[in-house]
Write a protein that binds this ligand. Structure first.
Ligand code: DSN
Length: 426
C-alpha cells in the first residue's frame, strides 16, 4: 500500500487499523466473510476505468472487447452453478437487485407476499421504512410456533391478496425451506416465485442445500460478497418461460429474463461496475473448486457444533437448531436486558449482529435475539473443536458483561486465538 501511504496518511492509518481489527478479532457476523486475494486483485483492476452500458455484444460505448469477455464469463459461470437459463450480473448490491426484480415484474401498487420483519426479515423485502413499501404493497406471512414458515397462512394470504410475487428466503432463518410448497401456492394464484438466497447460496453451490430453481422457482437473487467471498454485488438468476411458441423465449419481451435485463438497464441503473463484475467472475470460478465445497461442508459442521454447544450451556435458539450457517439466540425468556449482548462481545473484539425473534416485543434497535455465524472464521480455518472454544468465549463474555476487568482479560485470549487463524491475504 505504498501509494496510499504516500497520498493519504489518514486513509492509510484507517486501513491499517481495520486490518488489525480483522486479524486480531473474531468475525461472527453471519453475512460477512473475507474476499479472496484473487478477488481483491480483480476488484482493484483497470476495469474500474471503463464505462459499459448495455450487455455483452450490445454496448453504448466503444472499446468493449475485454469487458464483454469478463461479463460473459461471469454470466456463464453463474448460470452453470445455479442451473439458471439466464443470469444478470450487473446489479450493484442486493438491495438494488431486489428493486430491479420488483420493478421488472410488477407495477406500482402491486402486491408482494413476504415474511414478517421479525420472523426472518430483510429491510429490502418491503419494511415500512423503505421506499419499496411506498411503491408496492407488501403483505406479510409469519412462522409457526416452531419457528418454521407457516404455509397455511402463506396460502390463505395468497388466495386473498393475489400477489404478483411470493418471496422466499430471509436473513435470519436457520432452517431449510420447502420450495415445492411455495411453488404450489405461487402456481395456484399465478404469482412469480422469487427466492432471495443471499445467505445460503454457497450451500446451494456446494449441493448441501436445495436449489429453488430446481424446484420451479422463477427468479432467484443472491449477493456475491457473503459466503461467496466475492466483491459487494449481486446476481439475478432466472428461468425462461415460453410465452410465445412461435418465438425463441429470449426474443419475447414478456419473458422474465428479458424483463429483468431491461429493469437493470436502462430501467434502474446505468453503469455496471466492470471491476466488480471481473471480481464476481473470479469468485464464481473459485466457488466451483473442491476446496470451496469442503469449506461449505466444514461451515455446516461448525454451525451445528455452535448450536449443540450453545444449547448445552443453556442458551435457547430460534427453531432449536440450524440447517445452515447461522444460529439465532433467543434471550427474550431471560427477563434480563440482553440488548447489551452485541456490545459486550464487541468489547472483546467478537463481532456479531443483533436480531429480532419471531413477534419480538422489543424494537429493532433493541431486539431480543443475537445472530451468530461462522462463515468468516471457517474461511480462517476454524473446525469443530475450535468452535467449542468460541462458544466458551461468548459464554464467558456474557456472564461477565458487567465486569470490565474480566472482559479485558478475555479480549487478550480472543486476540491470541484469532491470530492463530490468519485472515487470507493479510
Ligand atoms: N445485511 C445482510 C445481513 O446481514 O443479513 C442482508 O442480507
Amino acid at each position: 500500500m505504498k501509494n496510499i501511504q504516500n497520498v493519504d496518511q489518514d486513509i492509510y492509518a484507517a486501513i491499517l487499523a481495520e486490518q488489525k481489527r480483522q486479524s486480531e478479532g473474531m468475525e461472527l457476523i453471519a453475512s460477512e466473510n473475507y474476499q479472496s486475494p484473487a478477488v481483491l486483485e480483480a476488484q482493484s483492476s483497470v476495469f474500474a476505468n471503463k464505462y459499459s452500458e448495455g450487455f455483452p455484444g450490445r454496448r453504448y460505448y466503444g472499446g468493449q472487447e475485454n469487458t464483454d469477455i469478463i461479463e460473459q464469463l461471469a454470466i456463464d459461470r453463474a448460470k452453470k452453478i445455479f442451473h439458471a437459463d439466464h443470469a444478470n450480473v450487473q446489479a450493484l448490491s442486493g438491495a438494488a437487485a431486489n428493486l430491479c426484480v420488483y420493478s421488472a415484474l410488477m407495477n406500482p401498487g402491486d402486491t408482494i407476499l413476504w415474511m414478517d420483519l421479525t420472523h426472518g426479515w430483510h429491510l429490502t423485502h418491503g419494511a415500512p421504512v423503505t421506499f419499496f413499501s411506498k411503491v408496492f404493497n407488501f403483505i406479510r406471512y409469519k412462522t409457526t410456533l416452531d419457528g418454521k414458515v407457516d404455509f397455511d397462512q402463506v396460502r390463505k394470504l395468497a388466495i386473498e391478496h393475489k400477489p404478483k410475487i411470493i418471496l422466499a428466503w430471509f436473513s435470519a432463518y436457520p432452517r431449510e425451506l420447502d420450495y415445492e410448497k411455495f411453488v404450489e401456492i405461487a402456481n395456484e394464484v399465478w404469482a412469480i416465485a422469487f427466492a432471495d438466497v443471499s445467505h445460503i447460496w454457497w450451500f446451494i453451490a456446494a449441493w448441501l442445500l436445495k436449489n429453488p430453481l430446481d424446484y420451479g422457482f422463477h427468479v432467484m437473487m443472491t449477493t456475491t460478497h457473503k459466503s461467496l467471498r466475492g466483491p459487494r454485488g449481486a446476481l439475478i438468476l432466472s428461468k425462461w418461460i415460453v410465452s410465445n411458441p412461435l418465438k425463441k423465449p429470449e426474443d419475447t419481451i414478456e419473458n422474465i429474463p428479458t424483463r429483468i435485463d431491461r429493469a437493470v438497464f436502462p430501467g434502474m441503473q446505468w453503469w455496471p461496475h466492470m471491476n466488480t463484475i471481473a471480481a464476481i467472475a473470479v469468485a464464481l470460478k473459485e466457488a466451483q473448486t473442491p476446496e470451496f465445497k469442503a469449506y461449505a461442508q466444514q461451515a455446516l459442521k461448525n454451525a451445528q457444533t455452535l448450536a449443540t454447544e450453545l444449547t448445552a450451556r443453556g442458551y435457547k435458539l430460534v427453531t432449536g437448531w440450524t440447517d445452515n450457517h447461522m444460529v439465532i439466540i433467543d434471550f427474550s425468556w431471560t427477563q434480563l436486558d440482553w440488548s447489551v449482548a452485541e456490545k459486550t462481545l464487541d468489547k472483546i473484539w467478537i463481532s456479531t449482529s443483533k436480531s429480532t425473534i419471531p413477534d419480538d416485543p422489543n424494537p429493532p434497535f433493541r431486539p431480543s435475539g443475537l445472530r451468530i455465524g461462522l462463515p468468516a472464521m471457517t474461511t480462517r480455518g476454524v473446525k469443530e473443536e475450535d468452535t467449542k472454544k468460541i462458544v466458551e468465549f461468548i459464554d464467558q463474555a456474557l456472564k461477565n458483561k458487567d465486569n470490565e476487568k474480566n472482559l479485558a482479560e478475555l479480549k487478550n485470549k480472543v486476540r491470541e486465538f484469532s491470530l492463530s487463524f490468519p485472515v487470507p491475504g493479510l
